[in-house]
Design a protein around this ligand. Structure first.
Ligand code: SF4
Length: 421
């Protein structure tokens, strides 16, 4: 069988062939039977010297892999794109130019432990340091996987107080770690408390758990989502081999809750840095009713040097998607700005020249066309809205030009700072 591909019936690795179906599909069983040590992994993977060496290191980002995900891995192929995401190699220990412990300066934007507030109207709430399995390129490896740095009731209480006292926050992304790795009761309490804050309009769950343990999308989780709408769910999927019948079923259950489902991927060298893989990933996601949202440039975080690609490669991939597959399936390629400036979209250039009179454009197939600008267009004639005030005030609608931005000092981030980062 080729690397990472398995039968439609959801075959398991022989090591777990005798596990009753009720246990195999129990999300808790998957969590309590994760493998982490070389002696365990050797039973399902022919470990290379590089993998053995990393697994023997004292200073290793946590390893924990569910039996479900291990069953997707090709144990004979060190290049298997799923294996490379979760099985460490000694290349993680290599330093590289520009690596940062906190690649996106999250700590600098943390007014309360576990709240990352970079934009005026939204923020990230980190509720746990635990994950279902651990991605070797994790941006938050500075604390993820470290039980000592987990969040407590006191932290959640402070986080919710901060949100309550930040009337401009309309959108809360619950993240971690992985919020679906925490006890359902805790998650339900946190979501319900946020839902009671009048100015919070939407609550998002950011998770990779359905990829590592699709059984986590159970009735309890669906009930939490349904009871607290509007909720959105964003899953993290990097490779079409991750899109199994089990993940499709999990996404179907999520879709039935009425939550829109998006997906993000990280661009990873030797894993998904090809147009072929990305086209397949994006079209398969849409097929299971998941909208590709972001394709992230891999952050310059410790341990991830060997996963990074050039930015040119990312642009080439978007060039290979836009126009070739449905626009709905094309994610926005973004670089999370080192220094904490937030996500910056990067795209191929389709605008060849621009003046008020005309725009010269090229399309996905390289054909050039011209759009004639309207004579006498005047901006600013749209009447102001006559709608009730939204629950949280929207950011000012004036747009800053590039020259404004270059000449103005940066606004401080913060709940009422206005500019955000
Ligand atoms: S699931 Fe997300 S937070 Fe957890 S290790 Fe992977 S990238 Fe990091």
């Amino acid at each position: 069988m080729p690397s990472g591909v398995r039968s439609e019936s959801g075959a398991r690795h022989p090591r777990w062939a005798d596990v009753p179906e009720t246990e195999w599909t129990d999300p808790r069983w998957q969590m309590t039977h994760r493998l982490r040590r070389a002696s365990q992994l050797r039973e399902v993977i022919k470990l290379t010297e590089e993998e053995e060496s990393a697994l023997g290191s004292d200073d290793l980002f946590r390893v924990d892999i569910t039996p479900y995900f291990l069953s997707l891995i090709d144990g004979d192929d060190p290049r298997c794109p799923l294996r490379r995401q979760v099985v460490p190699t000694s290349r993680e220990m290599e330093a590289f130019d520009g690596w940062l412990p906190d690649a996106n300066s999250e700590v600098e934007h943390e007014p309360v432990r576990g709240i990352i507030h970079k934009y005026p109207d939204r923020l990230v709430m980190l509720v746990t340091s635990s994950c279902t399995s651990y991605c070797r390129y994790c941006t938050r490896s500075r604390f993820v996987g470290d039980g000592q740095q987990n969040y407590s009731r006191t932290d959640w209480r402070e986080q919710i107080r901060y949100i309550r006292e930040s009337p401009r926050v309309r959108d809360v992304l619950i993240s971690g770690g992985d919020p679906l790795s925490m006890a359902r009761k805790r998650l339900a309490e946190i979501v319900a408390e946020i839902r009671e804050i009048p100015h919070v309009e939407i609550i998002r769950l950011g998770t990779r758990a359905p990829v590592f343990n699709p059984f986590v999308v159970d009735d309890e989780l669906c009930d939490i989502i349904e009871a607290n709408h509007p909720m959105w769910v964003n899953i993290h999927v990097n490779h079409p081999y991750e899109i199994t019948p089990e993940l499709a079923a999990a996404c179907s259950r999520l879709a039935r809750t009425g939550a829109p489902i998006g997906a993000q991927a990280v661009l990873l060298a030797g894993i998904n840095d090809s147009v072929e893989v990305q086209r397949r990933l994006c079209t398969e996601l849409v097929r299971i009713r998941v909208r590709p949202y972001y394709l992230y440039q891999c952050d310059s975080v410790r341990g991830a040097g060997h996963f990074r690609t050039s930015v040119t490669k990312g642009i080439e991939i978007i060039e290979g998607l836009r126009g070739h597959i449905s626009g709905y399936a094309v994610p926005t390629y973004v670089i999370d700005s080192p220094g904490g400036g937030g996500k910056i979209p990067v795209a191929p250039n389709y605008l060849l020249s621009l003046s008020p009179e005309r725009a010269v454009l090229r399309n996905w197939a390289g054909e050039v066309s011209e759009y004639q600008g309207p004579a006498g267009y005047r901006s600013g004639t749209t009447p102001p809205l006559r709608l009730p005030e939204p629950s949280a005030p929207l950011p000012p609608s004036d747009v800053r030009t590039v020259s404004d931005m270059l000449s103005a000092p940066r606004s401080p981030a913060g709940p009422e700072g206005g500019g955000g980062a």
